[in-house]
Design a protein around this ligand. Structure first.
Ligand code: HEM
Length: 414
């Protein structure tokens, strides 16, 4: 067996924090390898990149999730002990609950809701004349997702709730105050959703069958309902990541600004879909994913020991030159002849969403980007004032600095 190249540092946490999205790629290039070992957050970890590493990462006979996700990320981003942390049969039963929400009919309903919400938002933004697209998108998506899932949301609370969900997402890579804020708003938001679950269960609130709130409230495992708090965590695992798509909406607007030649190439369903996928590939979002070696095995001559933590370089795989021709070029057309093998395009995880941990929300994320790009290009005219739109690659998750300010906003063809 070969020795896994090692970073000779007592602990690389500092470098992860100070280099962010660039940490893995930089080491891979320096060591000319697809795998290296480093000590991060006090643990020895195998960091891996490339399509084959993704395939390994999603092989459940070799890799598990139990004990992988740092508690601080559970306490802000995902909720403690939710689906992300489960393995085997427990995971499959829980996952089926999420997948059952994604029927063609339910997704078509979400598209209609998104179109209605964009119409409303367009008028609202026209009134304001000047608006921050990222913030507006978070609020719009929260409204849409509450309607779709069946969670009541009043006009008076939508901005505050959207802000709080946004803080939860933003806190994921944070330390100190940013982390504590995230933990606090998660507790509050879980309380809000738990109250809805309880109201649905004891009949104080009507929930239509087939809506996610109904699905989660009455989902059973071994003949038992989920604990109400866990149910809240999982319903939030639908709403929160959708709100996170606001980042991709801001990135999509940035792409329209920086690569305007694509604006009149969005007419067909395929073109719009290609554009959304290229936004998911090109712009940084999920940096890496954590897991644990289930039992000893050998891979490409390297020894993987049971219990060793592993990290998959999601960001790097989006820019891997062995998968993507000219990866640093924004080119939606690349998806015309792209052959997806489940491990080569993984901005939201790889493998099979039905059985593995791959994100169940990809159709929702793509749809939100598509409908946003459609509205921005077909129905809105706006001016992009002088601002700082640089993307800080050290901050995780990141965003164009000024969150995409738009000015002189007008709804077209009124
Ligand atoms: C899992 C990314 C949107 C629900 C994941 C994973 C990633 C991811 C990287 C982990 C895959 C793994 O552990 O192997 C994203 C990104 C999104 C997004 C970047 C858009 C900004 C959504 C949406 C939903 C959703 C809209 C709504 C249903 C989930 C759930 C899981 C998950 C429930 C856990 C799946 C499991 O552990 O089996 N997502 N996601 N995500 N995502 Fe998403």
């Amino acid at each position: 067996t070969k020795q896994i190249p090692e970073i000779k540092m007592i602990d690389s946490t500092f470098n992860v924090v100070t280099e962010g999205y660039n940490f893995v790629g930089k080491r891979m290039a320096q060591l000319e390898t697809d795998v290296f070992e480093a000590r991060i957050l006090g643990k020895k970890m195998i960091v891996m990149t490339g399509r084959d590493a993704a395939e390994l990462f999603y092989d459940e006979s070799k890799i598990k999730r139990e004990g992988a996700m740092p508690k601080r990320i559970q306490k802000t981003l995902f909720g403690v002990n939710g689906i992300h942390t489960k393995d085997g049969q427990k995971h499959k039963i829980r996952k089926a609950m999420f997948m059952s929400m994604m029927t063609e009919e339910r997704l078509a309903h979400l598209r209609t809701i998104l179109q209605e919400e964009w119409k409303r938002k367009g008028l609202e933004m026209e009134q304001k004349k000047r608006a921050v697209l990222f913030d507006e998108s978070e609020e719009l998506i929260l409204r849409a997702m509450c309607r779709w899932t069946g969670v009541p949301l009043t006009d008076a609370e939508s901005w505050r709730r959207a802000y709080e969900v946004g803080v939860m997402i933003d806190a994921a890579g944070g330390v100190g105050k940013r982390y504590r804020e995230g933990e606090k708003v998660r507790t509050e938001t879980e309380g809000w959703i738990q109250e809805v679950i309880e109201a649905v269960r004891d009949g104080r609130m009507q929930a239509e069958e087939g809506t996610p709130v109904h699905t989660v409230a009455f989902h059973q495992e071994e003949g038992e309902l989920l604990d109400a708090h866990m149910a809240a965590i999982e319903l939030l695992n639908v709403i929160r990541p959708a709100v996170a798509v606001a980042r991709f909406v801001a990135f999509a607007a940035l792409a329209l600004q920086n690569f305007p030649e694509w604006k009149n190439r969005l007419g067909t369903t395929k073109e719009l879909n290609n554009f959304a996928n290229e936004v998911r590939r090109f712009y940084p979002f999920t940096p890496f994913l954590p897991a644990v070696v289930k039992e000893d095995f050998e891979w490409k001559g390297y020894q993987f020991k049971e219990g060793r933590h592993v990290i998959l370089d999601v960001h790097g795989i989006n820019r891997d030159p062995r998968i993507w021709e000219e990866p640093e070029t924004f080119n939606p057309d690349r998806f015309n002849d792209f052959v997806d093998d489940r491990f080569n395009f993984i901005p939201q995880g790889g493998g099979d969403p039905d059985t593995g941990h791959r994100c169940p929300g990809e159709p929702i994320a793509v749809m939100i980007i598509e409908e946003s790009v459609r509205y921005l290009t077909e129905n809105l005219s706006y001016y992009v004032p002088e601002q700082d739109l640089t993307i800080n690659m050290v901050r995780m998750p990141t965003l164009p600095k000024d969150r995409f300010v738009m000015d002189n906003i007008k709804v077209k063809g009124k």
